[in-house]
Design a protein around this ligand. Structure first.
Ligand SMILES: [Zn+2]
Length: 325
């Protein structure tokens, strides 16, 4: 899809600065602003693309894929050699740490991905490429395919990350990647007191689930050109990493990277503590959880406010409010 076509199709930005942190009702669920498009996308469950491979359990642990490897300095000679390997279907697992290689793979059309998967020999590359047909967020070290849910899952500290299959034909504007998190138990349970001391407080081990899903509007192909943010930076352009799939998948990578770098807070209150100390612990914990949620909800800006920023992209549009810092 041409840039002009995209520009026409994307009058509304789905990244909103007004995000919700709800501690009061039901459970702790902190997520992106749930605008209509996203809510409708959630309902479009029947339109989930079927995984292109048999649903058996596997994991992807031996290959260094992920953000940490994307920081390398470009080397023209090495890159020329990598480009040649890419073009001749001879890349191997080591090449998956090269953004010039992964950027181009992630920007291919689905039919070219299928073709590439069939022609490349290396098993890890086959798996990486095959996964891109279903998940815009690229396969990460330590990730596995959950045969029951069809999700890509990985555990990072006390956080379970689930990348859901891309949704096609969703009522989003062009494309959108949404991430939510839920903690269980959502709040610190109650306790009894005896002589100013906490008793009968259960051993709380909070687990957190982060869900990431990318949705595409009807008629929008993942290989269409990204109009702003990731996919438009100087590095991305040099790596030919310019597609919507690349852009959306970078949001997914950013969320996963955030979880790696920011462990979810743990609660230190225990039975036997003085009530005052326990309550101090609880206040600190709740503040830490709230801060974590606020930071989580800003992750998306990383991918939208670089290169040609989303604000520049929408400049002059009636009703658009800038969101970049
Ligand atoms: Zn974006």
């Amino acid at each position: 899809m041409s840039y002009a076509a995209l520009a026409r199709k994307a009058p509304v930005v789905s990244t909103s600065p007004a995000r919700t942190v709800s501690l009061a009702t039901g459970g702790l669920r902190i997520g992106e602003a749930s605008d209509t498009y996203e809510q409708e996308a959630d309902r479009a469950a029947g339109e989930v693309v079927t995984a292109a491979y048999p649903r058996h359990q596997w994991s992807f642990s031996s290959v260094p894929v992920g953000q940490a490897w994307l920081q390398r300095q470009p080397d023209p000679k090495l890159d020329a050699a990598a480009q040649k390997r890419l073009d001749t279907f001879t890349i191997d697992a080591k090449d998956l740490s090269n953004p010039l290689v992964t950027g181009q793979l992630r920007s291919m059309s689905n039919s070219n991905l299928v073709d590439y998967k069939n022609k490349v020999k290396d098993g890890d590359v086959k798996r990486f490429v095959e996964t891109l047909l279903t998940f815009s967020t690229p396969l990460q070290t330590g990730a596995g395919l959950d045969p029951l849910s069809g999700n890509l899952t990985m555990q990072i500290g006390n956080v379970n990350v689930a990348v859901k299959p891309d949704v096609r034909g969703a009522r989003v504007k062009t494309a959108d990647t949404n991430a939510t998190f839920a903690a269980n138990p959502p709040r610190i349970p109650g306790y009894d007191t005896k002589d100013g001391v906490v008793v009968n407080f259960p051993d709380v081990k909070t687990t957190v689930t982060v869900e990431i899903v990318t949705s595409y509007e009807t008629g929008v192909s993942p290989e269409a050109t990204s109009g702003y943010g990731r996919g438009t930076t100087a590095d991305d352009l040099r790596n030919k990493a310019t597609s919507l799939r690349f852009h959306e998948g970078s949001h997914g990578e950013d969320f996963i990277d955030f979880v790696r770098k920011n462990p979810y807070p743990t609660f230190g209150g225990k039975s036997g503590m003085k009530v005052a100390d326990f309550e101090k612990e609880k206040t600190a914990y709740n503040k830490a959880v709230s801060d974590w949620g606020k930071a989580f909800n800003k992750v998306k800006l990383q991918g939208d406010c670089v290169g040609k920023t989303v604000d520049e992209y929408h400049k002059g549009e009636k009703g658009y409010k800038n969101i970049c810092p």
